[in-house]
Design a binder for this molecule. Structure first.
Ligand code: URA
Length: 193
């Protein structure tokens, strides 16, 4: 029998807790190192993610991978990536509050298994849900906020960077700060002895 994060994935694959299960091709559960202490949380799968079953694999995902690589982070080696909702909202609309509510226990369970020390919220929807409902991402990105013993940082969503490339240097600064925080807290699994 599977347990841990893979057991949870198997359960999540069957989920029918909201209407998004009617239109999905794949549940997009998450990807990453099973001992990662850094978790990145996006909004929800888009078209490519829905087709492939993995978060952030479209153009935004490629940009995210480049930002991660620049600070020695990699989705299979030392971090974990998931989303607030695990199934694609039609036409990439924002996930509805009731869809987020129906899905949030999967994220809570991922959190309970992985016990991340740092959570990066990718974009407004994740930051509103995880940090505070009135967050102003354009002003507050790159700032660390401690909540219940977990350090959280909002940053700009990769899709926003594709729409507005002039914001890329600011996002890069956020990832440099993230690397500093990871080193300060000693939570890069790939660097443990
Ligand atoms: N946007 C997100 O927020 N998550 C994904 O997985 C892909 C695009």
């Amino acid at each position: 029998m599977l347990n841990g994060i893979e057991g949870l994935r198997a359960d999540c694959m069957q989920c029918k807790k909201c209407g998004l299960c009617e239109t999905r091709n794949h549940v997009v559960f998450g990807v990453g190192h099973p001992q990662a202490k850094v978790m990145l949380v996006g909004e929800g799968p888009g078209e490519h993610e829905d087709l492939e079953g993995e978060p952030f694999v479209g153009r935004g995902g490629q940009l995210l991978d480049k930002l991660l690589a620049a600070v020695d982070l990699d989705r299979r080696t030392n971090i974990y990536i998931t989303n607030i909702v695990k199934c694609r909202p039609p036409k990439n609309r924002d996930p509805l509050p009731e869809e987020q509510e129906a899905c949030i226990n999967w994220l809570r369970a991922q959190f309970a298994i992985l016990r991340p020390k740092i959570i990066v919220c990718l974009g407004r929807v994740a930051a509103m849900r995880m940090i505070k409902p009135d967050i102003k991402i354009t002003k507050e990105h790159g700032l660390f906020i401690e909540k219940n013993g977990v350090v959280m940082m909002p940053t700009l969503h990769p899709a926003a960077l594709l729409r507005n490339p002039s914001q890329k240097p600011a996002a890069f600064e956020d990832f440099l700060k993230l690397r500093e925080k990871i080193d300060e807290l000693g939570c890069d699994v790939a660097k443990l002895p």
